[in-house]
Design a protein around this ligand. Structure first.
Ligand code: ADP
Ligand code: MG
Length: 745
């Protein structure tokens, strides 16, 4: 029995999913697979695990597992459910890639989908679990898709062996045909339970015109207008990336300053003000197309993936106009706005702020990327401002070059965003694009698996003895080219055994012992290869540190951001100078310099550990604290993983890592080359220099265009003849990231 606090119980009863408890539990009893569809905020994530718990699914020793595509959700939902059930986090716990609070008492375990996939490798039958819930299946994250494919086989196997297990797939949309009408996946289509939305109507307001250039300016104006003229109720703004979010937050804070203690503590006072403001200016809403919100399916958000996809380069600035008096609103402290940013790289305690009510007398305004689209329900939102765009990572099919591009969202996404306004009362959604443009949006966006390289998935599957990956029951299959490219890369890394060409065409190269070892490391195959080679020359601690640093995104803070004030600007300049100086120091000289950006990473990790990874140290020298913590945990995890594969090396994490010797640097470069061997670039030769676009450029085998070393790179001045790079990201130019020099024999 669960002993909930009365106020929690009361809040639960308001959630639509509660009304379906009986229906859901009956379906679960009678079917191995059940699909639940319900609008975001209807209570799926927080309540369904509790239903299973109360029905006894965690009482015979088995536990209830819930997967989330986003770490933010796994952590915050586990805390919420523990609180609702009045149970300790020893019982309701979470596990994400590098961190968790799971104990032997855990009964409900939230985790990222990548974590469960790893667990399947250790125990294919997932014997610890009595039920698995795959949450946010509509996002179509790669791991979610694979998990559903695997569980479609695991659940019947468990039932056959007399160890019954249940699979629940939960989606915020009704678009579940890829799962339900897919004979390869489920021979008998699983029952689909629709949770009544109980969504208040949301009035959609389209722009007459669609700003193509300065949409962030338009977002700013619209938000100001809403705040000045419309009755109380939270505002949720959707933008595409961290830089945009920060810049809008700054502009809004400037326009409607809020200082602690400066506001009246009476919210009726703020209501009175709004009424007064209303009388002064006759409220005229923009011309609108009135149509009520209806629950339409959604698609993925692409921001906070285990694989590390996201908001990287803060290219350019949308702030150019900030000081233009025609754009900047006159500061009006009489109606303070409580502005909060929300994006996936934001520190967790700052993320948690959005769940708390704003200070009395202020209006809440959350400026978010698409993390707010379905993963987190922010309470009290009445107005949504939707820029209609999303930042996504695109991969070039041939070259593998990735770039972050801002593109239109899908209709499903737009409707999902609009829906955020109608959780607590009728709301309004302002779409800053015309209805004609909306009509041109695609209905849904594609499953992630069709848009990215799949070598990591192929290796995981081979390790699960799925030799013919083409036959795997994917909800949506990756393209044949992608599968072939993955298989070829894995062969070249030695993870798969080369077979005759004809066999290879059938994609059935078997895994090698090296491949199995690689598959057990929680990093993608190139980095796994480096770890597998790390035993030589006492290099392992360095290899582990470098791999950890390379796979964690964005070690350095973005100090190129525009400053809000002169004071901030001079501080930023100072910090930039210090970071540049530190980078130079970490890069070292001579041999070590040739390890390039990786040497800098190693130096940063070492320095940070030396300072016990304190937030202040990170802040002072421009390292991103969250990234450094993650590296620290990942080092520990990778060390354990290496020890599990080869106990004889007895690796340990030495926090006070001394810099590598010259000999070790040479060895490190060879190891890095072994993982990134196909990412080789050669400085252009004199004969190519006729065309100025090739100046300081590098040639790669796959591309016709030059690629470059970034000005912040340790090798920017050296320009070695041969380099390997971690990846190429297209921003203003094609830049190589994580560059190190290759020795010429
Ligand atoms: P769904 O999974 O269907 O989108 P959830 O179970 O996530 O719905 O949310 C149900 C309700 O619980 C929402 O109204 C949400 O605002 C509330 N909620 C979730 N997490 C928290 C939290 N940390 N603090 C307060 N309320 C929360
Ligand atoms: Mg949910």
């Amino acid at each position: 029995p669960v002993d909930r606090f009365p106020e929690i119980q009361e809040a639960r009863l308001k959630l639509p999913v509660l009304a379906e408890e009986q229906v859901i539990m009956e379906a679960v009893r009678e079917n191995p697979f059940v699909v639940i569809c319900g609008e975001t905020g209807s209570g799926k994530t927080t309540q369904v695990p509790q239903f299973l718990y109360e029905a006894g699914y965690a009482s015979d020793g088995g536990i209830i597992g819930i997967t989330e595509p986003r770490r933010v959700a796994a952590v915050s939902m586990s805390h919420r459910v523990a609180k609702e059930m009045n149970l300790s986090t020893r019982v309701v716990s979470y596990q994400i890639r590098y961190e968790g609070n799971v104990t032997s008492d855990t009964k409900i375990q939230f985790m990222t989908d990548g974590v469960l996939l790893k667990e399947i490798q250790k125990d294919f039958l997932l014997k610890r679990y009595s039920a698995i819930i795959i949450d946010e299946a509509h996002e179509r994250s790669v791991y979610t898709d694979i998990l559903i494919g695997l569980l479609s086989r695991i659940v019947p196997l468990r039932n056959k062996k007399g160890m019954p297990m249940k699979l629940l797939v939960m989606s915020a949309t009704l678009c579940v045909e890829d799962f339900t009408d897919n004979i390869k996946l489920f021979r008998v289509p699983p029952p689909v339970i629709k949770v009544d939305a109980r969504q208040y109507p949301v009035t959609i307001h389209f722009n007459k015109r669609t700003p193509l250039e300065d949409y962030t300016g338009e977002v700013f104006h619209k938000t100001c207008k809403i705040h000045r003229m419309l009755p109380p109720g939270g505002i949720l703004v959707f933008l595409t990336g961290q830089a945009e979010v920060h810049s809008l937050c700054r502009r809004l804070r400037k326009a409607f300053p809020f200082r602690k203690g400066s506001t009246t503590t009476d919210s009726s006072e703020s209501m009175r003000r709004f009424k007064k403001a209303k009388q002064k200016k006759a409220v005229s809403l923009p011309r609108i197309d009135l149509d009520n919100y209806s629950a339409l399916p959604v698609d993925e958000g692409d921001e906070d993936r285990e694989a590390g996809i996201g908001d990287e380069e803060d290219e350019g600035s949308d702030l150019e106009n900030e000081d233009d008096p025609t754009i900047t609103e006159k500061a009006d402290p009489s109606i303070p706005l409580f502005v909060l940013p929300l994006y996936s790289l934001l520190a967790p305690e700052k993320q948690a702020k959005v769940f708390r009510p704003p200070p009395p007398g202020t209006r809440l305004c959350v400026v978010a990327t698409n993390v707010a689209e379905t993963s987190l329900t922010i309470p009290g939102i009445k107005y949504v401002v939707d820029c209609g765009r999303v930042k996504k990572r695109f991969y070039d099919r041939v070259t593998g070059v990735s770039s972050f591009k801002i593109s239109w969202i899908s209709q499903a996404s737009a409707n999902q965003r609009a829906g955020r306004a109608g959780r607590t009362e009728p709301g309004h959604c302002y779409r800053l694009y015309s209805s004609a443009v909306f009509g041109d949006f695609s209905l849904f966006s594609e499953a992630e698996i069709t848009r990215r390289p799949v070598e990591d998935l192929v290796l995981q599957m081979k390790d699960l003895n799925i030799d013919k990956v083409v036959n795997f029951p994917f909800p949506t299959s990756p393209s044949a080219e992608a599968l072939i490219a993955a298989e070829q890369l894995l062969v070249s890394l030695g993870a798969l055994k080369e077979v005759k060409e004809m066999e290879q065409a059938r994609l059935s190269c078997p895994i090698t012992p090296l491949g199995s070892a690689m598959a057990s490391f929680p990093v993608t195959p190139r980095y796994a290869k480096m770890l597998a080679l790390g035993k030589q020359q006492d290099c392992l601690p360095y290899v582990i540190a470098v791999v950890a640093a390379m796979t964690v995104r964005e070690l350095f803070e973005n100090l190129d951001r525009p400053a809000g004030s002169e004071d901030e600007s001079s501080k930023l300049t100072q910090r930039r100078a210090r970071l540049t100086q530190m980078r130079r120091l970490w890069a070292g000289q001579g041999t070590s310099l040739l390890l390039g950006d990786l040497m800098v990473m190693l130096g940063a990790v070492g320095a940070c550990e030396f300072a016990s990874c304190s937030p202040k140290f990170c802040e002072d020298i421009g390292l991103r604290y969250k990234a450094m913590l993650e590296i620290r945990r990942l080092r520990r995890q990778l060390t354990n993983a290496v020890n599990a594969v080869s106990p004889e090396v007895d690796a340990f994490v030495n926090p006070k890592m001394t810099p590598p010797t010259e000999h070790q640097v040479v060895c490190l470069r060879q190891i890095v080359l072994a993982g990134l061997g196909d990412h080789l670039a050669r400085r252009v030769q004199a004969e190519d220099l006729l065309d100025p676009k090739w100046k300081n450029g590098y040639k790669t085998p796959l591309m016709d265009e030059p690629v470059f070393i970034h000005p912040t790179s340790a090798l920017f001045k050296t320009l070695p003849e041969f380099v390997v790079y971690q990846e190429i990201v297209e921003t203003t130019k094609m830049y190589m990231k994580g560059v190190s020099a290759v020795e010429q024999e």
